[in-house]
Design a protein around this ligand. Structure first.
Ligand code: GBH
Length: 474
């Protein structure tokens, strides 16, 4: 008999894993798929670590049955994946390509047969290149195109998918894509980044309406955000103001319109020198504030900020992974410096701090009353080298997961309505600008042989999913 304390999760709690199309599928020229902005970006020299691309990735397009079998072996009952827009609607307009829809129908059927509930995300950053050429997210038309695409997918899969997410982390699409340029399409125009943020919000609202019109009753509509946990470095008024600014630009620029139907006054004032917000038309905010059935939260690490003036840490020349970069992803917040939070770090350099996850869940329990919450991504990158026997031991990842699941449990006991947890990620995959150099998977992938090997964390997570219990230490 173990004497360890055990945290018991509700019977109905959903345990899953998460992926995204460009990060795992490969097969970029199969089935009539056209290039997305990530194909273009990854094939542009100097944009992605060592010139890595998603051309093959995990070959999930060919190996999806094997990957569903991995999930069965793991014992998880839910899978969050994204649909590749250029696979389904290559030009970003016009009719759907049947072969593209067929792939996702086959994937969904394979999941349902295995007793795994599909959680479908419509947009995880792979905009059809043709739409970028027409202006991308800074152009209003992209929001309308997104809603049209949402309707195509809902028409095709609405009879078998219950859980629908419009966007994944629109912050990254807007501010890393058009502000700092470290993500596709690699533009560095602060005003364009803010317009992109508004058009992503509008796209969410229009798509939410299209989904509500199309899907059968009982469907669940959500959006996944990466709200920041921003901590001021000191209690000074200047540092607290820096934290307020980043909270506005990271989180409230989305939750304001989506949850409350308004952009907050402090955000509008902070960004007034960058944009006049004339991209917000009459009626937009009412559309964006479409009722949500659930809110998805992605959490990895908190941010530590201070007022830049008099700070000993000069802003970094290049992106340093914390928010300091040559081109800032924070338009209108030039006076803010980012710092390394104290504590152990993952291979991304991100500080391990589970308390941030409890804070976020309790915050949205307050700010989105009555809206169930899911952690749609959480996880960690570690080195994960196979040993002589080919086994991958990753005790750090187990510790990370144990800590963060403890944080979820704490939020539950304090009243937050948290319904599920999706581990990022099922597989090691294409980690965006880091290419294949960072591994987040429960399964190790050898990118030469495509061999998948469960890490020790996979077995640990499988036991948690099967029992609904998180042991405090082992
Ligand atoms: C998620 O994004 C993605 O949804 C997923 O596809 C990805 O693989 C996973 O996490 C792991 O990275 O230095 O100012 O640029 C992560 C999102 C990571 C958001 C780091 C902001 C740093 C801010 N973020 N981040 S900055």
């Amino acid at each position: 008999m173990s004497t360890h304390t055990v945290r018991q999760f509700p019977e109905s709690f959903v345990w899953g894993t998460s992926t995204a199309a460009y990060q795992i599928e490969g097969a970029v020229a199969e089935g009539g798929r056209s290039p997305s902005i990530w194909d273009t970006f990854a094939h542009t020299p100097g944009k992605v670590h060592q010139g890595d691309t998603g051309d093959r990735a995990c070959e999930h397009y060919q190996r999806f049955r094997e990957d569903v079998a991995l999930m069965s072996e793991l014992g998880v009952r839910a899978y969050r994946f994204s649909v590749s827009w250029p696979r389904v609607q290559p030009a970003g307009a016009g009719p759907a390509v049947q072969r593209g829809l067929d792939f996702y129908r086959a994937l969904v059927d394979e999941l349902l047969e295995a007793g795994i509930e599909p959680y479908l995300t419509l947009y995880h950053w792979d905009l059809p290149q043709e739409l970028e050429d027409a202006g991308g997210w800074p152009a209003r038309n992209t929001a309308y195109r997104f809603a049209e695409y949402a309707r195509l997918v809902a028409d095709a899969l609405g009879d078998r998918v219950t859980h629908w997410t419009t966007l994944n982390e629109p912050w990254c699409s807007a501010f890393l894509g058009y502000g700092s340029g470290v993500h596709a399409p690699g533009r560095t125009d602060p005003a364009a980044a803010l317009r992109a943020a508004h058009h992503l919000n509008l796209g969410h609202g229009l798509a939410a309406r299209a989904l509500s019109d199309t899907l059968p009753s009982g469907a669940q509509l959500m959006v996944s955000l990466n709200p920041a946990v921003v901590r001021p470095r000191s209690d000074s008024a200047a540092d607290r103001d820096a934290a307020r600014r980043i909270d506005a630009l990271a989180t409230r620029v989305f939750t304001g319109p989506i949850l409350r139907g308004a952009y907050d006054d402090d955000l509008l004032a902070d960004t007034a020198s960058v944009t006049d917000w004339s991209c917000v038309h009459d009626g937009d905010l009412a559309l964006i504030q479409h009722p949500l059935d659930a809110l998805g939260i992605n959490y990895y690490t908190p941010s530590l900020v201070s007022a830049a003036s008099g700070s000993p840490d000069a802003p970094a020349e290049r992106n340093d992974g914390h928010g300091n970069s040559a081109h800032s992803p924070w338009p209108g917040a030039d006076g803010v410096a980012f710092h390394q939070s104290p504590g152990p770090r993952t291979e991304m350099g991100w500080t391990v701090d589970p308390t941030g996850l409890t804070e976020l869940l309790l915050r949205f329990h307050r700010e989105a009353p009555g809206v169930p919450l899911y952690i749609t991504e959480n996880g960690a990158a570690y080195e994960d080298k196979p040993d002589a026997e080919g086994q991958v031991h990753d005790p750090e990842r187990i510790a990370y997961l144990r800590g963060h699941l403890g944080a979820v449990h704490r939020a539950l006991t304090e009243g937050a309505d948290v319904r599920g947890y999706f581990l990022w990620s099922l597989l090691d995959n294409f980690e965006w600008a880091y290419g294949y150099s960072r591994r987040f998977g429960a399964y190790h992938v050898d990118f030469d042989t495509q061999r998948r090997t469960p890490k020790s964390s996979a077995r640990w997570y499988g036991r948690v999913a099967a029992s609904g219990q998180v042991p405090e230490g082992e």
